[in-house]
Write a protein that binds this ligand. Structure first.
Ligand SMILES: Cc1cc2nc3c(=O)[nH]c(=O)nc-3n(C[C@H](O)[C@H](O)[C@H](O)COP(=O)(O)OP(=O)(O)OC[C@H]3O[C@@H](n4cnc5c(N)ncnc54)[C@H](O)[C@@H]3O)c2cc1C
Length: 404
């Protein structure tokens, strides 16, 4: 059986950031990716300023082929049922509009790790001082790798997480997000912005933006509803209320499951023993579903924690949980009503944009946000958010007791 220092599952942003730290420290690192690279990834590709800085500092200037048209994004525009719209620019200027297929492949190559693509993680078992990872190349036989540590950077439905906690995904609400692509007849939505609707009748997550001369119409809702009906409803609303005239959707629509929720209530999963979970698999997701910056940062922290654990001969979970607390604060602060009101936890200035509006519009916006939040009432997050916000206020941090 081949023996390596670290196996990482998933060849995406969290994996690349973890691999960069491990390879830089001289550790033999193998990445397993179930798809053939470069692989498609469903994503709007709107990178936050913090994510952009991470890429520049760790992987260098971005090549042109990792960008969609328009190549950059100025910020976000929120739309409300009362027909008030508010645009907010990102702090520090525009950010790149990433083409995930090529951007992810580029960072994985830049990390310097060995990649086995078209190869799925199947199982793991931890023995005294190592983990045996079982994987299979498509059409081939299953094989084992012996690793000192395993990092699950395998996204929202994380098979590595499931190998540790088989029932976990049944315990959290899972959402479906899907997007369709339309040729544009006439679209008054400013293509320099990512557009998001706080509208309870449209669904839990409704968005639109321009990409490569087409318009994306995206919908998100609790698993169990009908994608095509939901999409049609939203496309009709866009036409009726915003004058967005689009041709019927092209055939290449797509969707996936999302684990939205854990970062709101500080219920992250960081792993067990020599198995670390990182990126969106842990539950990291920023406001309006921005997950790339926290995937990159948490991945880097996972990699650093393994390096530290080996150098200091200490349990990796202790180090990881200590180090990851800063990323937990950043992400969960984005959902903390006290932080939103008084501390500017986001990378665009919502309170400033709100205060620049006439008083009547401000009242409409606050009322519309309140009715939108009621859509989430069934998940019973409200009381938990208030409790952890109080904890953050009184103790300066979020408790680690909620983490798995
Ligand atoms: C529709 C949509 C739009 C989004 N828009 C934005 C946006 O505009 N901006 C933003 O910041 N974020 C956005 N996000 C979120 C963002 O895409 C994720 O948060 C981010 O990609 C998470 O990165 P990750 O590295 O943790 O995992 P992922 O990018 O999910 O990658 C996981 C990898 O693991 C691989 N894998 C899974 N199972 C196995 C297995 N058994 N064996 C081997 N490999 C496996 C997968 O193939 C994949 O390559 C969006 C998400 C969706 C769904």
């Amino acid at each position: 059986m081949r023996s390596v220092d670290v196996v990482i599952v998933g060849a995406s942003l969290a994996a690349a950031a973890a691999a960069k730290r491990l390879v830089d420290a001289g550790l033999e690192t193998v990445i397993l990716e179930k798809q053939l690279l470069p692989r498609h990834k469903i994503c709007s590709g709107i990178l936050s300023p913090r994510g952009h800085r991470f890429l520049l500092e760790n992987f260098g200037p971005l090549p042109r082929n990792v960008l969609h048209e328009p190549t950059s994004c100025r910020g976000v525009t929120f739309h409300f049922p009362s027909m008030v719209s508010m645009s907010m620019d990102f702090f520090g200027g525009t950010t790149p509009h990433l083409h995930r297929k090529h951007a992810d492949h580029w960072v994985i190559e830049q990390s310097g790790a060995e990649v086995m693509d078209d190869t799925s993680f199947l199982a793991q078992r931890e023995l005294d001082d190592h983990v045996v990872v079982t994987a299979r190349k498509r059409g081939g036989e299953a094989f084992d790798l012996k690793a000192r540590y395993l990092i699950g950077a395998d996204g929202p439905v994380s098979p590595v997480l499931r190998s540790l906690y088989p029932d976990y995904h049944k315990q959290i609400p899972m959402f479906f997000v899907g997007q369709k692509f339309h040729e544009i007849i006439d679209c008054p939505l400013d293509e320099a912005y990512f557009h998001f609707w706080f509208h309870p009748d449209l669904g839990h997550y409704t968005w639109s933006h321009a990409r490569d001369s087409r318009q994306i119409v995206g919908v998100g809702y609790k698993i169990g509803d009908k994608f095509h009906d939901r999409h049609l409803h939203v496309a009709r609303y866009f036409e009726e209320k915003h004058g967005v005239r689009l041709k019927p959707a092209d055939d290449d629509h797509e969707g996936c499951s999302e684990n939205f929720g854990p970062s709101l209530i500080n219920r992250y999963v960081f792993g067990k023993g020599r198995v670390l979970i990182t990126g969106q698999a842990t539950g990291f997701l920023n406001m309006i579903g921005e997950g790339m910056s926290c995937a990159l940062h948490s991945g880097a922290i996972a990699g650093e924690s393994v390096v530290d654990a080996m150098l200091r001969n200490r349990p990796v979970q202790d180090i990881y949980r200590q180090n990851i607390a800063s990323e937990v604060r950043r992400t969960t602060d984005q959902w903390n009503p006290l932080k939103i009101a008084f501390a500017r936890p986001h990378e665009a200035d919502f309170p400033k944009a709100l205060m620049e509006m006439p008083m009547g519009d401000r009242i409409k916006v606050m009322r519309d946000i309140w009715s939108f939040l009621k859509l989430y009432k069934e998940f019973r997050w409200g009381r938990q958010i208030m409790a952890i916000s109080a904890q953050r206020l009184l103790h300066g941090d979020y408790s680690r007791k909620n983490w798995l």
